[in-house]
Design a protein around this ligand. Sequence first.
Ligand SMILES: Nc1ncnc2c1ncn2[C@@H]1O[C@H](COP(=O)(O)OP(=O)(O)OP(=O)(O)O)[C@@H](O)[C@H]1O
Ligand SMILES: [Mg+2]
Length: 215
Amino acid sequence: MLVISIVQQKGGVGKTTLAVNLAGELRSRSKRTVVVDADPQASAMAWAAPRRLGFEVKPELVTSGTSAQWVRNVLKQQADFVIIDTPAGLGPVFRAAVDAADLIVVPCGPSSLDLNAARQTLAATATLLRQDDRSLARVIVVPTRVDKTTPEGQQIADELAALGEPVSPVLSHDVYFVRAFAQGATVGSAAPASPAASEVRALTDFMLERLPRSA
Ligand SMILES: Nc1ncnc2c1ncn2[C@@H]1O[C@H](COP(=O)(O)OP(=O)(O)OP(=O)(O)O)[C@@H](O)[C@H]1O
Ligand SMILES: [Mg+2]
């Protein structure tokens, strides 16, 4: 089993959108996939509420003093992939999610605020991994909500590359992602021929190539 944690200090960068669509793509490749919703806002749970996703989304909140038990619960899942959706911030949920992860995914939108937050998220992640001697865990950055028609959108991948971790293919700012949430679906199932779905497939290929071992 492989654990992929989606983390970012900043809110609204597309963590939940990434978690659910990535899970849908892995499921469509016949991988047993579970999303763990560690966000008290429970957006991934809301996404799954119409029961159309085809994979399980489970709530598992980190409350004070329960981080070690939370990690054990995550690692107990019967799945090829566990994808953890976390709330914004670098607090206990972030630390527990990094602790459990084989792959840490940092989504980042195309603004300087997002970029600063990604920098801080990567620094905090590196510190935790160093402290725990976790040299096998991998980190990638995912440019999200990118509008390639703007200079900011065109530059974001280069700016993110300067932060020193591998940068994945981008997820564009695209109404298909918003619609998929409204439909309780993923872009791959609701609109398989859309550019959004093909971006999720490219991103999934990129991630699978960078996992420490295959599932
Ligand atoms: N690639 C995209 N294109 C267009 N809209 C997007 C995209 N990704 C996310 N959104 C929209 O942006 C908003 C925030 O996305 P999402 O909930 O995934 O972010 P988040 O990082 O999980 O937020 P939070 O920190 O509140 O948990 C949502 O309305 C979502 O539909
Ligand atoms: Mg979210």
